[in-house]
Design a protein around this ligand. Sequence first.
Ligand code: ADP
Length: 581
Amino acid sequence: MSTVEIARPDATTAQGSEPAATTDGFHLVIDALKLNGIDTIFGLVGIPITDLARLAQAEGMRFIGFRHEQNAGNAAAIHGYMTQKPGICLTVSAPGFLNGLTALANATTNCFPMILISGSSEREIVDLQQGDYEEMDQLNAAKPYAKAAYRVLHAEDIGIGIARAIRAAVSGRPGGVYLDLPAKLLAQVIDAAKGKESLVKVVDPAPRQLPSPDSVKRALDVIKGAKRPLILLGKGAAYAQADKAIRDLVEKSGIPYLPMSMAKGLLPDTHAQSASAARSYVLQESDCVVLIGARLNWLLAHGKGKTWGSAPKRFVQIDIAPTEIDSNVAIEAPLIGDIGSCVSALVAGLDANFPKPPADWISAVTEKKNKNLEKMAATLAKNPSPMNFHSALRAIRDVLKTRPDINVVNEGANTLDYARAVIDMYEPRRRFDSGTWGIMGIGMGFAIGAAVTSGTQVVAIEGDSAFGFSGMELETICRYDLPVCTIVFNNNGVYKGTDVNPTGGKDVAPTVFVKGARYDKMIEAFGGIGFNATTPEELTHALQEAIKSGKPTLINAVIDEAAGTESGRLTNLNPQSGVKK
Ligand code: ADP
């Protein structure tokens, strides 16, 4: 199709000497997004949104086309997390929409702002279930998985529809929003002046929310009374971009802190007050925990049980969502508001008389931390052959230490567990991983989202199983020439590659992949650079070369196929059948 066909209707519909000044749904969608500072769309074209993507590009927006909508949606979600503006994912109807919906649900679960825009079939036919092309009631399908879902039926409502979607995505607790655009809407032609007037520039889409003064006082009183206080930073704290206020709170209070995985780097992991290496100890022994943008969900053992020890705890919780408070355990001092405002209010209360944490608590944490760091150093120093998770991660850690600005994507079972502990982060919002659901499949979507958004190097540390969910996006990475280095930890299977079929039959065991697969050859098919690494030295060299090139690269890191535990650290979540493994 030529650009003539997507030019504004007023250029082509002139009948007489005066061209009719009209516009259409396609143009209004793009105009509304641009008016609100949205400059990138992640998506996958097809009926009825191909021209929307063409038009976006023609009008100066960036359109990043994917091979599967789930990955486009994940890229949009990470764009939203990094920028505080909703990431846009554009898909076709029914199956394309459903593929994107997985990413939308994940964005909502993780509190990432994102808008899934899908074309849809004609309402009249869908509602009478008369069997349209890709017929589906997408709006109702999206509702349970989105923070909000809207449909626009008239071109003059596009401006308000997009404004509502933007505000819903970023205000309060951020999340995923679905916007349904039927094919007919896109083709609707209206008067250009009326169309322009209908556009809405959203004013203050995520307003600050100040905590009440009495809630600040209550929180300070609880912290003051603590003998063994702990600050726990979640990805909400990273999202909030209140980096200085958070650093001030940690450093002025002198309280040890623990970052959740995507909050790593909010303060450098090498910070003296980081208690990461003494995680179990501080969770059990602390008597007061200040939660900042972290939910007491399964990732924190719901705030109770063995993980949290037997000593009674007092909780302070900062969150923008009031209903998060008391979700699992009683919160003595809730602070409802945006993290920047809440943390600044606490910092303002740390006057000269505010007590520092008792010295015996600080020295106990430091002692435990140093002991664990020594143990970890000994494990990392080993050089088994074949390479295992730790020796491979040591090589990666040492290269990444020299480049604190690198974005790290991480997923897998063992690959996630070990890399989270071994790879230090130094800057905020540089680590993107399996998140709240602990899922696989985010890898290449997050990597592309991070590379496109930051314009800087990404290193994606992937289990071979996890990589499989989004591996085809290597073509996307090569097509846009993105500086993404994917490292596949290849141990020939899910968890590990040594399981056998107990019947002796021809099929391999359910967890086993092709032995000795060469993932590096995949990227070569699209013009990227592949490396095969079987030792830590080869891995170091390959990663250095990959980063130096700034090109699409993939390192097939061959790991001992017996290395790896079932379900990584989540063995307790896996019911056991008694079948021999
Ligand atoms: P983690 O998995 O790292 O523990 P979670 O995703 O569980 O983090 O928690 C993030 C929390 O942060 C959510 O409860 C969310 O409501 C909150 N949040 C997100 N953005 C803000 C913000 N700007 N101000 C306050 N709270 C926020």
